[in-house]
Design a protein around this ligand. Sequence first.
Ligand SMILES: NC(=O)c1ccc[n+]([C@@H]2O[C@H](COP(=O)([O-])OP(=O)(O)OC[C@H]3O[C@@H](n4cnc5c(N)ncnc54)[C@H](OP(=O)(O)O)[C@@H]3O)[C@@H](O)[C@H]2O)c1
Length: 438
Amino acid sequence: MQFIKIGIFGLGVVGASVVSIIRKNQDLIQSRLGAGLEVTRAVVANPGKPRDISLEGITLSTDPATILDDPEIDIVVELIGGVDLAGEIVLQALERDKPVVTANKALLAERAREIFTKVYEKDLPLGLEASVAGGIPVLRSLKEGLSADRIIEISGIVNGTCNYILSKMTAEGASFDDVLAEAQSLGYAEADPAFDVEGFDAAHKLAILVNLAYGTMVNFKDIHVEGITAITPMDIEYAGLLGFTVKLLAIGKIHGEVVEARVHPALVANDHLLASVNGVFNAVFLTGDNADATMSYGRGAGGLPTGSAVVSDIIDIARNLRAGIRNKIPALSVIQERLRDLEIMKMDRIRSEYYLRFQVFDRVGVLAQITRVMGDNNISIQSMIQPALSDHPDDPVQVILITHRAREADVQKSLAEIAHFDFIAGETQLIRIERFTG
Ligand SMILES: NC(=O)c1ccc[n+]([C@@H]2O[C@H](COP(=O)([O-])OP(=O)(O)OC[C@H]3O[C@@H](n4cnc5c(N)ncnc54)[C@H](OP(=O)(O)O)[C@@H]3O)[C@@H](O)[C@H]2O)c1
């Protein structure tokens, strides 16, 4: 039996799981591939560190050249994370004609142009399934399953930490800080959770989804990113009264040569499938012009789910190698000549419905003044709730307005004008309401 030889950078959570999966399912893989897989080399930072996996048969080193310069290595797997060294490893492996598999969303989002330009130049496969939504085969759905369709819309719950926190806040009425502390103690949130809760991890994944859906390489820095730190139990409760659930969504849509790419908390109608994706689970809702609505659901992180996606990419590339095919599927879904430079739409141009929670001192005419400003800015109100008044006349009260579809610029202008009224008692909360085509 032929063995395809693999060199892995990183034997951490994902790298060690890749080795375990290959060992555990070797026989199954051989029956599906017609060849075996063998991890012969690994590069790590601390070779002396105790590991959960046996290193038998694997030559360990700290020197990248041991993998990159070994002519026996058929496939390079990058699982160290970060954008600098990881980027150099991926570029150098491709330069040496070695196909690469990576789970590194930060690298693929922030250095997209360099990495994908090299991939196209070398006409090599780049396995990236694990970079978005861990064990859910969503990129393969996008590139292969939906290859006959124009992608009208992408809406993803792609950060398990945020979804766990929002789900717990919803179920228990608990505060963001309390749930975050619990998530950290359970290992669902990092010691430094900023990257997750401020939305950047979801934005990395959105950049990859948008690039694959629309055959482009968007400028990651142009993605609008808002996290979940400002969401309060009060907003979750009022959203519930209005028939919505609060989710952190990664949203991508195309309008001619412009794409919407934004990550922010959003109100999702309770009867939509995405509203029932809870806990650490992820889901990506894709609408194609023919297939219509599809949704993939599963575990978006963790060693084995992410390792499963990495090994499936390895198998895919190994099939190419065995068939003598250099590359079958263009990395960004389209051939090089059809790649497009698409701009990300400025936030002030997007249109949405809005949940607005005003904190006001209860005086006569407050509502009339708020709605007048909004009317002057072309915003019409769909519904309103004013929860029970406080017993203390000096305490602020909450007024919640749901708008019809409006332009973000008009909404922001209204809020800036309303902020000047002396009855405004605090920051106004704005959460966009997401409606879906499929
Ligand atoms: N964990 C997940 O659930 C998950 C899900 C999706 C995607 N990913 C992505 O997968 C990648 C790996 O994540 P992970 O969770 O497996 O990370 P991890 O547990 O921190 O492991 C990182 C590995 O890289 C090695 N490493 C770090 N710096 C190095 C350097 N300068 N030179 C050589 N080796 C170095 C470490 O070596 P030592 O072991 O010797 O310290 C370790 O084996 C990241 O891009 C991450 O975003 C992870």
